[in-house]
Design a binder for this molecule. Structure first.
Ligand code: GDP
Length: 200
């Protein structure tokens, strides 16, 4: 319960801070360890904006990063392993209701999925929760693509696309983006996609 309260307090503080933000926003979510922080570092081109950590659950707050003068990227907390804790579920539901589902300046949600694993139980639980709580569209991005052989990547792409089409009505399923923060592959396409989502 303490943890939830802390999360709420921090969230409120952050919301207050960015209340008058005039930049369009992009939100980035994903399972802990999916490579979100590393991607943010690459995306924002200033290596110290996001802390890179291999420990799950350390980024328990909303962090806002400017991406040039065009838009801001909002780093959401990483979600855990199959939402074992009820309080995690409650906290996330609130985050979705208060931020992801309702914020006007939020133009698109990007959901990071590890290219080695595709949609895991925790991802599906999270997407289901988003689907029932928020009307916003989300775009899936496969991360760490450098770790997967191209034929396996192609297979994962198709499986994920089918699963999204079947079960998640808010998913953008025309295409799934693929990136590697290590090689830089797909990063320009992702950046362009974000700019486009922000009307640039
Ligand atoms: P986060 O918890 O989602 O923020 O994940 P991190 O950015 O901390 O990354 C988790 C681990 O995956 C770290 O050991 C990273 O070095 C590694 N990682 C992140 N992105 C990539 C990538 O594109 N390719 C490879 N091979 N490893 C990555």
């Amino acid at each position: 319960a303490d943890e939830i309260q802390k999360l709420r307090d921090r969230k409120r503080a952050k919301e207050h801070e960015i209340k008058d933000s005039i930049l369009p926003e992009i939100a980035i979510v994903g399972r802990s360890n999916v490579g979100k922080s590393t991607m943010l570092n690459t995306l924002t081109e200033s290596p110290n904006t996001a802390r890179v950590s291999s420990k799950p659950g350390l980024t328990r707050q909303l962090n806002f990063y400017r991406c040039g003068d065009k838009f801001a990227v909002v780093d959401m907390p990483g979600y855990g392993f199959a939402f074992a804790k009820e309080e995690d579920k409650v906290a996330w539901k609130e985050l979705i209701e208060d931020y992801l589902g309702t914020r006007k300046s939020l133009k698109r949600i990007y959901v990071m999925i590890d290219a080695r694993h595709g949609l895991k139980v925790a991802d599906k639980e999270f997407l289901t929760m988003m689907g029932t709580t928020s009307p916003k569209k989300f775009q899936v991005v496969l991360t760490k693509c450098d770790l997967v052989f191209p034929p396996d990547l192609a297979r994962t792409y198709m499986v994920v696309q089918e699963e999204l089409k079947k079960s998640f009505k808010n998913a953008m399923t025309d295409r799934i983006l693929m990136v590697s923060s290590y090689t830089g592959a797909g990063m320009n396409t992702l950046r362009k996609d974000m700019l486009f989502a922000c009307g640039q």
